[in-house]
Design a protein around this ligand. Sequence first.
Ligand code: CP
Length: 308
Amino acid sequence: MADAVRHVVEVNQFDRARVEALFAAADRARALPRSAQPLAGYILATIFYEPSTRTRLSFESAMQRLGGSVISTENAREFSSAIKGETVEDTVRIVSGYADAIVIRHHEQGAAHRAASASPVPILNAGDGPGEHPTQALLDLYTIHHELGRIDNLKVALVGDLRYGRTARSLARMFRLTTGSELIFVSPTVVPMGADVRAELDAAGVRYRDEPNLAAVLPEVDVVYQTRVQQERFTTPEEYERARGVYVIDRAAMDLLGPKGIVLHPLPRVDEITVEVDDDPRAAYFRQARNGVYMRMALLCDVLNQSI
Ligand code: CP
């Protein structure tokens, strides 16, 4: 019987052993000599129906660093045959004839699952509307591991738009795989963490609480995971105005954070972390973005069953 296709569509498909194996592979990717080409001859397709800087370019960089090549459509909503009415399922059926793996970002929640159901080659979910962003969650957890040396027994503040922010939703789910940690949800009242994620954390025994006062949380946390308010997902401008600008990490906030605390952000940022914070060694978000290349190198080798 043929091996199952190794799609990456949601966080809950991962167990601790696979995550730790990916961390080790990402460490090897970090040190990989330029001459090593484990994916030489392989082709990656990137299909993005929504804008992206980090996810698309880091996947493409990862593939090229591994010796593979890339075909791409960066505005698939307008410049692919989606505009003529082609379904995601049909698109990936066609593209799977051109590429060995497909990275897809789509505006509809569940689109990556639909793509995976139709694809004979691995699908990697690069974000499906307000649903999930599993490769971001992996690189976020890898960054915590790399910066702090552990992923257990942590206090983590998830800050900002926890309703529409798929990176925060996916990272919260990742903590099912850890022990002894506590998540603190710091969100404007209009964009709380969803009941679906809370139910999964309850089932896994992960402690969490809501705390509207960011200043009260900062001295006690190991990680601040700041997020952008997802303007594009609000149904009314009034609701967006109630969510924006409520929580800002600035120099005063950094004065409250402990000396070993780190600040992460999936980026892009708007105004929720001021630029004066960037030079603080605890500001780890640019290192986090760089880690995206190493984690995506690890993932590409993993789904294509190649060693790194
Ligand atoms: N973090 C992230 O998903 O960034 P992009 O939207 O630039 O890919």
